[in-house]
Design a protein around this ligand. Structure first.
Ligand SMILES: [Zn+2]
Length: 285
């Protein structure tokens, strides 16, 4: 038999006792933790060892998983706020790190364990990606190794690569009917894309010829696609790239050549967003 934390009456699947007021109180407690967590992270004052009475009261009525979930939600909303401009700078990064360290210090969990339950809404990835874009825009290359099979010129600098990317080439017999609804971006370091800018729908899929799956790699000179199995490789100079168009399932690269007008790469929105940002600033290195 389960008893309600608020009214101490039994909870039955068959109804009988009305707990709607209790449920309303519970959701009030949860949103209190959401808001408190978010606000304190952003102010840099979050301290789980000295929370106000209102927080303690909320904790008392919620299960431990409801509390950790509410903290994770507040963390996620704070992260979205910090990542709002497309980057998380050092000062913003410190706010996040302080919050995590405070939770680790005041619990008997490891940092990995804390990061695990904080990540239920995927905020850790948002953090890493937006930190990486910030550092990239500050002139720092990501610390990764080029994939095997990539042959770079002398002085060419590797930036980043993504595995298991689907690639399509625009069929040259059909004209490019129109732009996606998302907007088009010229390669320039001055612009950094926000996550929300990936909204356009690509032109009709029948116009795209599938090349296959492979590894997409970006250097400061070229864009490479290293096809798996039978799929062919692609190598294009970045100086031939006219513009990028973020689309709902990846991004389109428009090339200044009649024989190869455009490629489309299918990636999840976070990866596509990173790849677009890297491409836009790549030639600055
Ligand atoms: Zn109740």
């Amino acid at each position: 038999m389960k008893f309600c934390r608020y009214c101490n009456k039994k909870i039955s699947w068959f109804g009988g006792i009305d707990h709607s007021v209790c449920e309303k109180t519970a959701s009030g407690h949860i949103s209190h933790i959401h808001k408190y967590t978010k606000d304190q992270i952003l102010k840099g004052t979050f301290d789980i060892s000295s929370v106000p009475e209102s927080f303690k009261k909320a904790e008392k009525y919620l299960s431990s998983s409801e509390v950790s979930d509410a903290l994770a939600y507040g963390y996620t909303v704070a992260m979205e706020d910090l990542a709002d401009d497309g980057m998380i700078d050092n000062e913003e990064g410190d706010l996040v790190v302080n919050f995590i360290n405070n939770l680790v210090k005041n619990s008997n969990e490891s940092q990995k364990e804390v990061l695990d339950w904080l990540n239920v809404y995927g905020a850790n990835n948002t953090f890493l990606q937006h930190r990486q874009i910030y550092e990239f825009n500050q002139g720092k290359l990501p610390d990764t190794e080029p994939p095997t099979g990539i042959i770079m010129n002398k002085g060419e600098k590797f930036i980043y690569s993504w595995a298991s990317v689907s690639c399509h080439a625009l069929n040259i017999k059909t004209k490019f009917r129109g732009r996606s609804t998302g907007g088009s971006y010229r390669l320039s370091k001055k612009i950094s894309l926000r996550h929300t800018e990936h909204r356009g729908k690509p032109v009709s899929y029948s116009e795209w010829k599938r090349i296959g799956k492979g590894e997409l790699a970006i250097t400061n000179k070229h864009l490479y696609f290293l096809g798996y199995g039978e799929s062919r490789d692609i190598k294009e100079r970045l100086s031939k790239v006219i513009s990028l168009e973020p689309v709902s399932d990846g991004f389109i690269v428009n090339i200044n050549l009649k024989t190869r007008p455009a490629y489309r790469f299918e990636m999840n929105s976070g990866e596509a967003w990173m790849a677009s940002n890297f491409l836009m600033g790549a030639q600055e290195f």
